[in-house]
Design a protein around this ligand. Structure first.
Ligand SMILES: Nc1ncnc2c1ncn2[C@@H]1O[C@H](COP(=O)(O)OP(=O)(O)OP(=O)(O)O)[C@@H](O)[C@H]1O
Length: 937
């Protein structure tokens, strides 16, 4: 504030040192001082005679002193106005509370700095290109800011464990230490399923940067679609300069090549985004990618990409790479890993508000969503949500209804509805002239059969040649005309050859759907050709193929099978099952001969049955405490999804019967809430009990609602790390207490509070077979701890309880102490990281003296000090039956540990007391080397 009142002249004197070290783009300052008349030609010569940049700045500052206050003020104004050229000085201007006077703003400032001009040009072009979400054909575009909302962005560590959620896009680029698991890595890796919003996220990032609303000092931003690197001819090598300037943005006023030199000199000022690595990973695998080390070197475009990503070129630049889930990149090249989890219920509400402006409409739509957890589950994927909301809107506009068809339960139904919406664009006049009509699906499809058939063929042809884009000639060859293009199935896309006549499907999932439709509509080929992608997928089951460039032992795809986008093919198969389900027979019989429909349906069902049987037989099982256990692969999930799309009870029954294991492990399989409908559909037909381990997926409360009818059969319910809240626990309590078969309940790392803990306590009390409870890393306090401990006290079956990482403190510890006194069954208890002090520790130790059952006690990372030592010593001397005592990371001193060592002499059962991470120096630890049962590692 003091400085805010200082004259500009004083400011320049006061901060002379800073200006000398940070001011660049001297020419631009000189140009403006000359043009405004503050400097004359002679002044300019004086400055230019100085040998170093620093000396030139010194000369300018000296001259300004003579020129007076006005000149100094103008000098500051130039720095303020030409933002990008003086980006390093912007924080300083903020610090000194600089704001230009009205007089100075009347004097013109011209930007003659090539670097910042280039940056300005980039910002301008990027703002123009990122302002709209392209959708619904060429004619309908929505402003990004009107429809974009941040989704759930979860940070992961190298073992794919959660590190929490990002709160804004600024944090994506920011270098908070907790999220950055490998500072040597260069890539910010954003993963997500189809339609989760990876491309839109990059678009938002670009848009924010173009408007200077992103917290970064990067002045250049290059965005690329990864597929572009495959499309550029590998026979035409290009240089880094060509890649940046020819395929992105060209610097217009740069005779001395300053821009490129600046980029090489200051790569940290550059952000790159590369969208859709999954689309080219096969190409990267096929070629033997050598990295390029020199920026001047001309190389294959893919080599350039890999070199940029690994930091061989422009090391230190910021890089965001997106890919579909399942494409693994080695941790050594990743700096930060983020996975997009889609819309939470709150996001869904916000998105609903953006789509429907009228409260009445919102309520109508919300009511329907609430009535169908499956629909809500689908809506957690932004793309599907967009389709569903668009369909609602269409039904309202054209048919005066806000009711989605009742049959809308599977993914195929949603894409059928979208297709119907697109096809009806052709049939219907403009909404304002329209008399609202009855909806007639069959008529719409029959009337639109010609373009539908043509788009379907186009989608299939493109899929078969491994491409996600098509050109005008291919479209014409399929029989499509200009009018068809405006229906909305395709949109124009970037083409490196500069032609504006290439198109891509609105979304690749839509392309898969249409490709499946082509297989169904094809009357020329043998009916068995519908199965061709099943065969392909089964051949290439290597679903999570690691990237070649950072994984030495990866299996390379063969040359003639470049297209490894296996997920697109899985989607084709899924939609095929949906289209050929009995439910759609009526529609299909309007579009092709009924005999043909029957033949294809029978063929598919028979193939699917065989596939399910052989898959289930081939699953490796191994014995476990819960009986035979199988760990299924993501492909099993795709089979379940296909079975659900067929809606065939027979196949579901067969699948349910074919599961011979007692426990199925679906951990880390990318199960999302919508999949729970498919799992439930199959389990509905199972007679025997079954354990289901679904830890580490994306089930959420919607998924749990979907599974409700299946809990009656579940002996193992593992839902750890699945973003479930107290609402889910409510359902679990209702169902599990009704059937009382549950033995293992895993709820670790979710969003459960004391409210949920109360319901879990009910489960413990009422389910006599419950042996294992894992409820660590939730938000349970002393109150919830009490509920649980009181219930455990009454249970005679509970064997293992994991409460790690809650906050039950001494209040909870007291209740657990009570429960432990003479407990008949509890053998393993973890109360680690719960904020328990010596008071709580004392109560636990004293209670345990009367307990001969507990074998393992975890009190790691609490606040136990010397005050807890006497009670713990007594416990050790009591020789109760405790085998392992974990006291790592507490606050015991060497004296306390000495007491433990002495007490151990009187104990025959304890195998170890782990005391690493207490307040002992290395020398003090050495004192205990002879007591092998005291562990410091
Ligand atoms: N954050 C968001 N806010 C609003 N709408 C979104 C958001 N994310 C996605 N959408 C909607 O979903 C559509 C698909 O998103 P996008 O193309 O970004 O998905 P993607 O993850 O890149 O899919 P793919 O892996 O198949 O390329 C968008 O066109 C938009 O309509």
């Amino acid at each position: 504030m003091e400085e805010g009142r200082m004259s500009c002249l004083h400011l320049l004197t006061f901060h002379r040192e800073l200006l000398v070290s940070r001011l660049r783009s001297i020419q631009c300052i000189l140009d403006n001082l000359l043009a405004s008349g503050y400097f004359c030609e002679e002044d300019i010569e004086i400055v230019q005679q100085a040998n170093t940049k620093a000396d030139q700045v010194r000369k300018i500052l000296d001259l300004l002193r003579f020129k007076g206050e006005e000149a100094c003020e103008y000098f500051l104004f130039v720095i303020y106005k030409v933002y990008d050229a003086y980006i390093d000085l912007q924080p300083w201007l903020k610090e000194i509370n600089y704001s230009p006077s009205t007089e100075v703003t009347r004097i013109e400032v011209v930007n003659t700095d090539p670097i910042s001009r280039y940056s300005e040009k980039m910002r301008h072009e990027m703002s123009r290109d990122s302002n709209f979400i392209m959708s619904y054909g060429e004619c309908e575009e929505t402003r990004l800011e009107e429809l974009y909302i941040d989704t759930q962005m979860e940070m992961l560590n190298e073992r794919n464990e959660s590190l929490g959620f990002l709160h804004s896009l600024d944090q994506l680029l920011g270098d908070q230490r907790e999220a950055m698991f490998n500072p040597q890595g260069e890539i910010i890796y954003v993963m997500g399923d189809a339609g989760m919003g990876k491309s839109i996220l990059l678009q938002k990032l670009q848009n924010l940067w173009s408007k200077k609303e992103l917290q970064t000092d990067a002045i250049f931003f290059f965005n690329f679609r990864c597929r572009m690197f495959s499309m550029l001819k590998s026979s035409d090598p290009i240089s880094l300069r060509e890649l940046l300037f020819r395929h992105n943005c060209f610097p217009d006023y740069d005779p001395d090549n300053e821009v490129f030199e600046y980029i090489l000199r200051c790569p940290e000022k550059v952000i790159f985004t590369f969208d859709g690595f999954d689309e080219i990973q096969a190409d990267v695998g096929v070629m033997n990618v050598l990295e390029v080390a020199s920026p001047e070197h001309r190389a294959n475009p893919l080599q350039l990409l890999i070199s940029l990503l690994t930091g061989k070129l422009l090391q230190g630049s910021q890089k965001v790479l997106t890919a579909r889930t399942g494409i693994e990149v080695q941790s050594r090249v990743i700096r930060k890993k983020v996975v997009l989890r889609g819309f939470s219920p709150n996001h869904l509400r916000t998105y609903l508000h953006l789509h429907f402006k009228e409260q009445e409409h919102r309520e109508l739509v919300w009511n329907q969503l609430e009535a169908s957890p499956h629909l809500c589950g689908l809506c957690s994927t932004p793309l599907f949500c967009w389709i569903i909301f668009k369909s609602f809107w269409h039904l309202h506009m054209f048919h005066d209804s806000f009711c989605l068809p009742e049959t809308l339960v599977a993914l195929t139904d949603i894409f059928l509805l979208l297709t119907e919406v697109f096809l009806s664009h052709q049939a219907l006049p403009a909404p304002s002239l329209l008399k609202k009509s009855m909806r007639c699906t069959f008529e719409t499809f029959k009337a639109g059969l010609k373009p539908l058939r043509a788009f379907a063929r186009l989608a299939l042809l493109a899929m078969e040649k491994g491409s996600l884009i098509c050109d005008k000639a291919e479209m014409t060859a399929c029989g499509l005309n200009q009018e068809d293009i405006t229906l909305g199935f395709v949109r124009p896309c970037y083409d490196p050859s500069g032609s504006s006549t290439t198109f891509e499907f609105l979304h690749v999932t839509l392309q898969s759907f249409l490709a499946a439709f082509a297989l169904v509509l094809d009357e020329q080929s043998a009916p068995s050709s519908i199965l061709k992608f099943f065969t392909k997928v089964n051949k290439r089951r290597a679903f999570c193929m690691p990237l070649d460039f950072c994984c030495s032992n990866s299996k390379k795809p063969s040359d003639n099978d470049r297209f490894n986008a296996i997920e697109h093919l899985q989607f084709i198969n899924l939609f095929l099952c949906g289209l050929l389900s009995k439910l759609h027979t009526g529609l299909l019989e309007q579009l092709l001969p009924p005999v043909m429909v029957k033949k294809k349906q029978a063929l598919l069902m028979s193939y699917l049955s065989t596939l399910v049987k052989s898959h289930l037989k081939g699953l490796p099982g191994y014995p476990s405490e819960e009986g035979k256990k199988v760990h299924v692969m993501p492909n099993f999930l795709w089979i379940l999804r296909c079975v659900f799309e067929t809606r065939s009870k027979d196949i579901a029954q067969m699948t349910a019967k074919g599961i011979s294991a007692n426990l199925i492990k679906l951990g880390y399989c990318n199960v999302y809430s919508g999949d729970c409908t498919a799992i439930n559909f199959v389990l509905q037909h199972r007679k025997k009990l079954l354990g289901l381990d679904m830890d580490n997926n994306k089930i959420s409360d919607y998924g749990v609602k979907q599974l409700r009818p299946s809990f009656c059969k579940m002996t193992v319910v593992r839902l750890c790390v699945n973003q479930i809240s107290d609402n889910s626990v409510e359902i679990l309590a209702e169902e599990l207490c009704k059937y009382k078969v549950v033995e293992v309940l895993g709820l670790y790392f979710n969003h459960i509070t004391d409210v949920g803990a109360k319901r879990v306590a009910q489960i413990i009390e009422e389910c006599p077979k419950l042996r294992v409870l894992k409820i660590g890393k939730n938000q349970i306090t002393g109150i919830g701890g009490r509920y649980l401990a009181n219930a455990i006290q009454k249970s005679s079956s509970i064997f293992e309880v994991g409460m790690w990482g809650n906050s039950i403190k001494d209040e909870g510890a007291e209740a657990f102490a009570q429960a432990l006194r003479n407990h008949p069954s509890l053998t393993n208890l973890s109360l680690s990281a719960n904020g328990i002090t010596s008071k709580g520790g004392r109560m636990l130790a004293e209670a345990l003296k009367d307990n001969s059952v507990l074998r393992i006690l975890w009190l790691v990372e609490n606040e136990l000090t010397h005050d807890a030592v006497p009670s713990l010593v007594e416990l050790i001397r009591a020789d109760t039956g405790l085998i392992h005592l974990w006291l790592i990371n507490n606050q015991f001193s060497v004296e306390g540990i000495r007491n433990f060592a002495e007490a151990l002499v009187h104990n025959t059962k304890l195998k170890e007391i782990c005391v690493k991470g207490n307040q002992l120096s290395e020398e003090e630890e050495n004192e205990f080397v002879s007591e092998k049962r005291l562990r410091f590692y």
